[in-house]
Design a protein around this ligand. Structure first.
Ligand code: F6P
Length: 341
């Protein structure tokens, strides 16, 4: 078989580990050939390819980013998008596709599968919000980076008697905020799943300062105040209709300062959380996903996504994986609340 591989959506540490595993097992064990499509769905849409041989994937296991490039291109938003994708698969002699991505990339994969395109999905996102898999690779790395930042911020916050607000990624799900906040000993964790009350946050900050320790507030970029919109969105939409966020951390720091009289500063971790080398956990998970994805292709088991269930890698229908986002349940937030204030 000749198999196309693409990586779509926000990049994520571990993408290269998946590509390497797919190619190494695909060539070495099954004798398949590969072609890389550049920049997510933009690759098949414009016929933009690159060679994907064993030599091309040597040495990429620890490298962050993706050697294939990525984009948020949505072929269903383009005139004749599906026909163009089909056309470039045919032109390149591609029999099947492996799409590595999050809800948007895999949503496209699912729709293409519905139109008889042979495709297998691999879940990726630092947000860990894909349904049907216990964890996605990239999440552990992002949490580790955020935790290290929080550790460092504790000491400088103490020296200056400041409240420090750490804004982490997470548009619709607060997994990074929850895990990094728990691991880093944050005094308040705010997630998109539960609108926050500014008065309550200010009260936690004051209580923390009473203990003579400074306060660390971790806020997910998609968290919103219960009182209503604080004007946090830029209004721009991407090809999948997501609003670009930004500013909740800054606004929160201003409100905390105004309400408590304590100096408050914000640190926005942003894309640092997605950059650089993956952790051992993410390298292993990504590698296992890659090995199982090429097995699914070899067996012509189309329309599935590989997923982690407990410690096993299983296959689930793409439809199930993309049905709904996995958000933080109340009982997980309640565990963190014990440490608030
Ligand atoms: O989906 C992954 C993610 O990193 C989100 O956490 C974040 O909201 C978004 O991508 C940022 O997107 P961009 O790279 O387009 O700024």
């Amino acid at each position: 078989m000749r198999i196309g591989v693409l990586t779509g959506g926000g990049d994520c540490p571990g993408l290269n580990a998946v590509i390497r595993a797919v190619v190494r097992k695909g060539v070495g064990v099954y004798g398949h050939e590969f072609v890389g499509f550049r920049d997510g769905w933009r690759g098949p849409l414009y016929g933009d390819t690159m060679p994907l041989t064993v030599a091309a994937v040597r040495g990429i296991l620890p490298r962050g980013g993706t050697i294939l490039g990525s984009s948020r291109t949505n072929p269903f938003k383009e005139p004749d998008g599906v026909q163009r994708v089909r056309g470039s698969l045919a032109e390149n002699g591609v029999d099947a596709l492996i799409a590595i991505g999050g809800e948007d990339t895999l949503g496209v994969a699912k729709r293409l599968y519905d139109e008889q395109v042979p495709v297998v999905g691999v879940p990726k996102t630092i947000d860990n919000d894909l349904g049907a898999t216990d964890y996605t690779f990239g999440f552990d790395t992002a949490v580790g980076i955020a935790m290290e930042a929080i550790d460092r911020l504790h000491t400088t916050a103490e020296s200056h008697h400041r409240a420090l607000v750490v804004e982490v990624m997470g548009r619709h799900a607060g997994w990074i905020a929850l895990h990094a906040g728990l691991a880093g000993g944050a005094n308040v964790i705010l997630v998109p799943e539960r609108p926050f009350r500014i008065d309550e946050v200010a009260a936690y900050v004051e209580r923390r300062f009473e203990t003579k320790y400074a306060c660390i507030v971790v806020v997910a970029e998609g968290a919103t105040p219960a009182e209503g919109d604080m004007g946090l969105q830029t209004g721009e939409l991407d090809a999948f209709g997501h609003v670009r966020l930004g500013g909740v951390g800054q606004r929160l720091a201003e409100e905390i300062e105004a309400r408590t009289g304590k100096e408050a500063r914000v640190v926005v971790l942003g894309h640092i959380q997605r950059g650089g080398t993956p952790t051992a956990f993410d390298r292993v998970l990504a590698t296992r996903f890659g090995l199982h994805a090429i097995d699914a292709v070899h067996e012509r088991d189309w329309g599935v996504m590989v997923a982690l269930r407990g410690t096993d890698i299983v296959r689930v229908p793409l439809a199930e994986a993309t049905r709904e986002l996995k958000t933080v349940p109340d009982h997980r937030l309640a565990e963190a609340e014990v440490f608030f204030g």
